[in-house]
Write a protein that binds this ligand. Structure first.
Ligand code: COA
Length: 171
């Protein structure tokens, strides 16, 4: 599959803003954590650079890399890679979180992005990847189980008021 997973560069401004149109403005966290209304693209890249390097992290945040999935030059989704776990991520979030825009779903893109993200995790020295998802998010836990995910447990998440699943995958 011709999917490329990588960090954004200065040349990706058009693709980034085009890809954002696939997401409702009140639910942009599935697309970006860094960009806020009115922010310039270079400014956002600087935030991503610092988060990746662990510079000036907000309280409770760990170093983090946002990788975008490109198909034919267009962004179809993203994977967020947390370089380490803290208590919050151990409860919910884990090492990676992924999303694919609705119109690009069911084509195997998330599966391919996760596969490539595991290579990135390995390059960071992560051998055991924690992944969490809602108990009823069938496509998400299918992906996790297809990669050999071992269910740690199912627990109640007070914040989102739902059952979640916590898995581990050995790379
Ligand atoms: C979860 C998500 C990333 C899956 O993206 P995708 O590109 O459609 O996933 P894939 O095409 O790689 O399919 C993954 C698996 O889920 C299955 N699947 C996809 N959509 C499905 C659906 N609606 N119901 C049941 N299974 C589904 C696929 O058949 C595949 O399983 P298989 O390989 O065993 O056949 C996407 O639905 C999404 O972005 N959802 C919102 C954000 C989210 O929930 N992210 C996960 C957070 S943990």
């Amino acid at each position: 599959m011709a999917l490329e997973l990588r960090q954004l560069t200065l040349n990706d401004e058009q693709a980034f803003f085009d890809g954002m149109k696939d997401w409702p403005s009140d639910d942009l966290s599935w697309y970006t954590f860094a960009w806020k209304e009115g922010m310039g693209y270079p400014q956002m890249l600087e935030i991503l650079r610092k988060e990746n390097a662990g510079i000036e992290l907000a309280p409770g945040r760990v170093p983090h890399t946002m990788l975008y999935g490109f198909v034919d030059g267009a962004i179809v989704g993203r994977v967020s890679v947390r370089h380490e776990l803290n208590d919050h991520l151990r409860h919910r979030g884990g090492h990676i979180g992924y999303s694919v825009a609705e119109r690009h779903r069911k084509k195997g893109y998330a599966t391919e992005m996760v596969r490539l993200a595991f290579g990135y995790c390995k390059s960071l020295g992560i051998d055991e990847v924690m992944v969490t998802c809602s108990d009823d998010n069938v496509p998400s836990w299918k992906i996790i189980e297809n990669f050999g995910g071992r269910l740690q447990d199912r627990i109640w998440d007070d914040e989102d008021e739902e059952m979640i699943r916590r898995y581990w995958i050995t790379l």
